[in-house]
Ligand binder design. Structure first.
Ligand code: MV4
Length: 453
């Protein structure tokens, strides 16, 4: 096992990884930017190295700064967390070249699965259902392709992900302009203007399967997470199990996720995302080759520690449990992302000094955070300041527990999404589990939603 791990990240996820290290008797090295001197991950780690200025380009995204910190502290492995360099195949390769173990999959898997049309090809070959669409990348014959697929269609950037470079086209007369715009946007964002087409699914849910693989044939799939409650492709609430997934769907989805991981030669933890349609059919969407923000939901549902698993797998150990243990659903869990944002003003960022913090507690309540009274939320990074994750014997009790915990949760000095989460939890359609990806917009507009069967 490693003696020392460098965490190439900040915020609550750096804290989360440090905690796993301590429980495994592994020394932790925090890296921090000048804007993060006062951050909790710096205080909790065994050692800390300043790697540059506030803007991430000169610190959390700097290969050189991070690799020198690893060298200076004799770290043996690098945990990338999520965001920043977590899905950067070149960084993963650079770690290996520097003699460091990257806690995540191999560069080839990151590269292949990160390019969405390649991941889609791999899914097709592995027998995993994909949304009907153009066979490969889209050429100049896009009108004929779209006609074959049937309108409405979704134009997607091949190098994209997480909703970037997405375009919905309902009317054939808009296709040409939308294809041009999607290409220009993809070129600017990803330096690659490849696009492909899919049939548009009107009322999907976002359901994903966490997998873990040891690279020597062991692959397990965990219970699903439902991440349908999103706003502008930012997840706000994640829960497990999904109110829309039956044991049959779960088993088919887990089989599909394992088949894809096997076909990709996957190693370490990852997530296979699916669109779930109202009739129970599901389609592969993309693979996330990192630990995700919402991993605690799966940890509470199963009683397992995914960061511990990641570290063991990266150190060359085999999976410490089999499929039966991985798919044990012990509780219902819901996560709320608490962002320093103002929900009353289009979720505008609200950085600044935190005057007072009261964390919720009691049975079935977990808070992953890096904030404390007197901490200043910097404006350089994303606005996630805490995650509230609750667990209870069933969904109804989990919702009641969430309402209770959100009521105890007090943060002064910055605006947060806490009141917004209370509103969602008390909404009839959320309580009934009848929501799709348009739920938040519909809620905001006080419109009644189309009932989802
Ligand atoms: C789709 C879709 C409908 N049909 N693809 C892809 C990236 C993800 N963040 C959103 N994506 C979607 N892809 C087809 N063929 C609808 C969405 C979508 C969505 C999916 C799940 C949860 C929330 C969503 C919000 C907007 C769009």
């Amino acid at each position: 096992m490693f003696r020392k791990i460098l965490i190439a990240n900040r915020s609550e996820i750096a804290v989360r990884v440090i905690r796993a290290c301590r429980e495994m008797d592994i020394r932790s090295v925090a890296v921090y930017s000048e804007a993060d001197r006062e951050s909790l991950h710096v205080r909790l780690a065994d050692e800390a190295v300043c790697i540059g200025p506030g803007p991430a380009a000169g610190s959390y995204l700097s290969f050189d700064a991070i690799l020198s910190a690893a060298r200076a502290t004799s770290a043996e492995a690098v945990h990338p967390g999520y965001g920043f360099l977590a899905e950067n195949a070149d960084f993963c390769q650079a770690c290996r070249d520097a003699g460091l173990r990257f806690i995540g999959p191999a560069p080839a898997a990151i590269r292949r699965l990160g390019f969405k049309s390649e991941a889609r090809d791999l899914a097709r070959e592995a027998g995993v259902p994909i949304v009907p669409g153009s066979p490969g990348l889209l050429g100049e014959d896009f009108m004929a392709e779209a006609a074959k697929v049937g309108f409405p269609v979704m134009v997607k950037a091949a190098a994209g992900g997480g909703g970037k470079g997405l375009r919905l086209v309902r009317n054939p007369k808009d296709l040409e302009a939308q294809v041009r715009m999607a290409k220009a946007e993809a070129k600017a964002a990803f330096k690659d203007d490849s696009i492909y087409l899919e049939k548009y699914i009107e009322h999907p849910r976002h359901v994903e399967i966490q997998v873990a693989a040891d690279g020597v044939g062991g692959i397990v799939a965990f219970p699903e997470r439902d991440c349908t409650v999103q706003r502008r492709h930012q997840k706000l609430i994640e829960e497990s199990p999904s109110p829309a997934v039956t044991p049959e769907i779960r088993e088919r989805m887990q089989d599909a996720a394992r088949a894809l991981a096997r076909a990709a030669g996957y190693d370490n933890v990852g997530t296979v995302e699916f669109l779930l349609d109202t009739d129970g059919s599901f389609y592969f969407m993309e693979v996330n080759t990192r630990l995700q923000v919402e991993h605690p939901v799966t940890e509470l549902v199963t009683g397992l520690d995914l960061v511990n698993v990641q570290i063991r797998l990266a150190a060359g150990e085999e999976l410490p449990f089999g499929q039966d243990r991985a798919s044990e659903i012990r509780v219902h869990s819901i996560e709320h992302r608490i962002n320093a944002e103002d929900p009353a003003h289009s979720f505008a960022p609200s950085p600044g000094l935190i005057g007072r913090v009261e964390l919720p507690g009691g049975p079935g309540v977990r808070v992953d955070t890096h904030i404390y009274a007197g901490y200043t939320v910097p404006s350089y990074y994303d606005s996630l300041i805490a995650k509230l994750i609750v667990a209870a014997p069933d969904r109804e009790q989990a919702i009641a527990r969430g309402v209770r915990a959100l009521g105890e949760f007090a943060i002064e000095g910055v605006k947060t999404t806490i009141p917004f989460h209370r509103e969602v939890l008390t909404h009839r359609l959320f309580r009934e589990g009848k929501f799709d990806t348009k739920f938040i917009d519909a809620m905001k507009e006080k419109k009644e939603m189309h009932p989802v069967p």
